[in-house]
Design a binder for this molecule. Structure first.
Ligand code: IPM
Ligand code: MN
Length: 357
């Protein structure tokens, strides 16, 4: 029996609906495996701006630091998307959280549940067996480099910057993970053009000497974008910079059928943060249509990585597998062959998962 304190940070849009299901699943696990989980909630993003004027209030950050793990939803609001001049933005809360908590490694597992082979727009025979683990660097690169305007505001710039140390620590995590998997690592950069990528490649090459058992392939990001669709089974572990990782994992989500199925773990120096890779999806917010499985799978990652609860984590993944085998779907993963009565909303599919736990 373990005692753990979990912070629920739903954020914006469907973040609220999906983390509610994720929390219920954690609760169920606590009962079944005789753990004691306590919870608190904190604000981030648009909801935090509305309440306090700050996308990441000091109180939220303090609660994050004082918890054993964070289950996070999403941030964003359409109000800001077409207003480039907005000085305060929901996303700043997310970026500040990552930086402040030292969450330099973002793990995004792309795993296709067998039942969903038909839900992807990629042909099943290309997809079958695809199982990729992305390591996206999360606290450096063009996201956090110097940015600004010059020439009276008529020119804008964002600097992409990496130190050797930043590349080494994410690289090491990726090599270690490859050791526990199929021992293949693809490092993605743009070393034919970018100086920061050349340093990235130098450091990965140095690390490769320490891991002679791992087969390393170096790819340019444009080629990776193509190979992901052409031959997704070629990848095992992928390690890449912040911006490339952001873009490639949205693309790779289509291998798993839907963004609604993909969880991620952000880890580093302190508290780990677990969240779906999808966004706040204001177009479907409040309609009960969102797929909560990415949040539920994020809860599974949380148990596995932050608490070392492998069995508990696998129980969740197996419950999702069974729900899919029974034929239940949310709208995003249904296809032409799905019986409309099997297409459930957020809470109803959550209940099916809970039943199996
Ligand atoms: C993600 C998101 C964020 C990012 C946005 C919301 C700032 O797209 O977590 O992938 O770009 O990192
Ligand atoms: Mn993204």
């Amino acid at each position: 029996m373990a005692k753990k304190h979990i912070l629920i940070v739903p954020g914006d849009g469907i973040g609220q609906e999906v983390t509610a299901v994720g929390k219920k699943v954690l609760d169920k696990i606590a009962v079944r495996f005789n753990h004691e989980f306590t919870y608190d909630e904190a604000l981030i993003g648009h909801v935090a701006i509305e309440a306090t004027g700050d996308p990441l209030p000091a109180e939220s950050l303090e609660k994050m630091r004082n918890s054993d793990a964070v289950l996070f939803g999403a941030v964003g609001h359409p109000k800001y998307d077409n207003d480039p001049s907005a000085k305060v933005r929901p996303e700043q809360g997310l970026l500040k959280m990552r930086k402040e908590l030292g969450l330099y490694a973002n793990l995004r597992p792309i795993k296709l549940f067998d039942e969903l082979l038909g839900a992807s727009s990629i042909k099943p025979e290309i997809l079958k067996g695809a199982d990729i683990l992305f390591f996206r660097e999360l606290t450096g690169d063009i996201y956090f480099g110097e940015k600004g305007r010059k020439n009276n505001g008529d020119t804008a710039y964002d600097v992409a910057e990496y130190s050797r140390y930043e590349v080494q620590r994410i690289g090491r995590k990726a090599f270690e993970a490859a050791r526990t998997r199929r021992k293949k690592l693809v490092s993605v950069d743009k070393a034919n053009v970018l100086e920061s990528s050349r340093l990235w490649r130098e450091e990965i090459q140095k690390l490769a000497l320490e891991y002679p058992d791992i087969e390393v392939e170096y790819q340019f990001v444009d080629a990776t974008a193509m190979i992901l669709i052409k031959e997704p089974t070629r990848f095992d572990v992928v390690v890449t910079a912040n911006l490339f990782g952001d873009i490639l994992t949205d693309e790779a989500s289509q291998i798993a059928g839907s963004m609604g199925m993909l969880a991620s773990a952000s880890i580093g120096d302190g508290t780990g943060v677990y969240e779906p890779i999808h966004g706040s999806a204001h177009d479907i917010t409040g309609k009960g249509l969102a797929n909560p499985m990415a949040s539920v799978l994020s809860a599974a990652l949380l148990l596995d990585i932050s608490f070392g609860m492998k069995e508990e984590s696998e129980a969740i993944i197996s419950a999702i597998d069974q729900v899919l085998k029974k034929g239940f779907r949310t709208r995003d993963i249904a296809d032409k062959t799905t019986d409309p009565s099997m297409i459930l909303g957020t809470d109803a599919i959550g209940e099916e998962i809970l039943k199996l736990l």
